[in-house]
Design a protein around this ligand. Sequence first.
Ligand SMILES: Cc1cc2nc3c(=O)[nH]c(=O)nc-3n(C[C@H](O)[C@H](O)[C@H](O)COP(=O)(O)OP(=O)(O)OC[C@H]3O[C@@H](n4cnc5c(N)ncnc54)[C@H](O)[C@@H]3O)c2cc1C
Length: 378
Amino acid sequence: MKRVLILGGGFGGIATAVAVRAQLDPADQIVLVDRRPSFVMGLRKNWALVGASSLAEGTRRLADLERGGITVVQGDVTAIHPADRAADVDGRRREADALVVALGAEHDAERVPGFREFAIDAYDPDASARGREAIERLTAGRVVIGIFGVPYPCPPAPFELAMLLASRFAERRTGASVTVFSPLPLSLPILGSAGCATVESRLAGAGVEFLAARQATAVLDGSVQFGEDRLTFDLLLGVPPHRPPAVVVAAGLTRGGPWIPVDRLTLETNFPGVYAIGDVTAIPLANGQMLPKAGVFAEAQGNVVAERVAAGFAGRASAARFTGEGACFFELGAGTAAMVAGRFLADPPDVRLSEPSPEHLAAKRAFEVDRLQSWFGR
Ligand SMILES: Cc1cc2nc3c(=O)[nH]c(=O)nc-3n(C[C@H](O)[C@H](O)[C@H](O)COP(=O)(O)OP(=O)(O)OC[C@H]3O[C@@H](n4cnc5c(N)ncnc54)[C@H](O)[C@@H]3O)c2cc1C
């Protein structure tokens, strides 16, 4: 009997577990560990904030994966022993023949003084109801959507939130305005300056103010501080800085860097039989940027790892490689979405913004429904 231990039951961990289960002998054991009892896709967070749909509609119990032959353990990963392909879950050691680290990126709101007190974390599902109520109460004033650090998951998401809010405010005929700020010099650097000009003109067309190259240093009651400058707000929806989970750093997996370096084609770490996928990794691109943190990549990487693990157990070579091809959705309001799509690992990366269309919005909805259906059966 072989054992696969997957740390993290988010986008990448679930995709890996389901894919590897389909390829192994029923006697082989697949254990998926997460501290949370349920899964919800990131894309639901914006829908919940703007009131387009609820988090609950897209939430599934991880325990339901057990029906598909995956052992789900709810608990905290308290230590990882990569040299032994083992981890401690709530202090209890679990050993494996293959170990997959899919622990994602953690919020690091404490890095910004005042963030916890005066901002609503736009990426925290537990803050979603509070954010939604604050948005609903607003009849005038300025909503600021602030990107407080890079990298952050799903680079288009804060701009999508801005477009959806601007569209909501226009429908409700409120006098509220929307501003987005980013520490980066461009909105979505992966698109290059021409693609960013298109994004920024769409923001301007919707009445959204975009402030580039603004590194916030603190949040005060009613204003964000950028060194000497201040930006006032009536409501601040913040994307906090992100960091890898401390347990990953303590295990030596980041090798002194901020994220786990992996072989970008095979997702192997420098420990034999140990893979890392998704937001916890850093994959450099040919243009010096990093692969954006996105569920679609975490899933594709999980599929590669599943195939490689199964091949390794069967004693055969695997040709499975992560190609870096993929697309993220960028909803623009008025029932449309665009795609940020292309070949991210090409030299140079070939990534474009599509024209917005209702079909892309339908594809975004299907993206969620299809995965929930195939992973959880509903
Ligand atoms: C608003 C928003 C919109 C998005 N839209 C899209 C989109 O349209 N398309 C797309 O592809 N991506 C999108 N994303 C990005 C996507 O959600 C992430 O990139 C994806 O979830 C990363 O998958 P992952 O498996 O690496 O990490 P996660 O899905 O974050 O999973 C990590 C898991 O590890 C668990 N964990 C962490 N530490 C521990 C520990 N010590 N012990 C136990 N468990 C632990 C966590 O509870 C979590 O469940 C969006 C994100 C946001 C915030």
